[in-house]
Design a binder for this molecule. Sequence first.
Ligand SMILES: Nc1ncnc2c1ncn2[C@@H]1O[C@H](COP(=O)(O)OP(=O)(O)O)[C@@H](O)[C@H]1O
Ligand SMILES: [Mg+2]
Length: 269
Amino acid sequence: MIEIHNIHKSFGGKKVLDGVSGVFETGKTNLLLGASGTGKSVLLKCIVGLIKPDIGSVTFDGTYYTNNKLDIRQEIRRKIGMLFQGSALFDSMNVEENVEFPLKMLTNMSKSERMDRVNFCLSRVGLENANHKMPSEISGGMKKRVGIARAIAPNCTYLFCDEPNSGLDPQTAITIDELIKEITEEYNITTIIVTHDMNSVIEIGDKIMFLYKGKKLWEGNNVEIMDTDIKELNDFIFANRLMRDAKKVEDERAEEEDRVEEERKGETR
Ligand SMILES: Nc1ncnc2c1ncn2[C@@H]1O[C@H](COP(=O)(O)OP(=O)(O)O)[C@@H](O)[C@H]1O
Ligand SMILES: [Mg+2]
């Protein structure tokens, strides 16, 4: 479980995060949702420690991270896997070398142990025969898979993904979302996913935090999100015609159920 307490961050007098607190649960895909420019990536970077918050702190399974001693921070840092926006593979390394890289940096594994782990992770993301391909030779979806394999290779306890399905076609996007969710549940990882994508919300939104102009306006799951009275959240969700239609169908179904229930009561009276 990751907890954030009252995180504030400004850049050059411009407030980006304005006192965000919350909990990200273990074994769940926790979504950080919001429009572009609301501070999602900045919050994720504050959690990972790439940006230092002006005020506030982060704890990982009860241990303070922000401002703690270097060795404690490094210990936590070793348990974090990160899937960067746009995959960020090393272009000069092949698939296998990309996934091996964090094992070389972070573990004392022998070459053969590293290769076993690389092959295990590649097969876990459905990429058995791509070891010697270069990033330029594989599709966007495959790059994301390599990015996921690289993130989980050192047995991460925490997994952070910034817009993991941006730039993918809708079908591949869902496959990648589902892969992250499966891995999260299988290895009981605390996963935080930054997204502005309503498809992700519907598919994998176990726990969602909605950010608006640097503040947390709402949190809940993918069922609850369809039925809130927060204007900013509804404007965001129902900006999309498909979502408005889905909501209309759902409301009509609920009304019909209420009507049938009323009738049934009337008959038994
Ligand atoms: N390193 C930085 N220096 C100055 N401004 C930044 C920096 N990083 C982000 N910002 C600003 O913070 C705001 C939120 O950015 P970001 O967290 O990337 O938004 P998003 O929700 O789209 O991920 C934006 O206005 C952005 O320009
Ligand atoms: Mg971002």
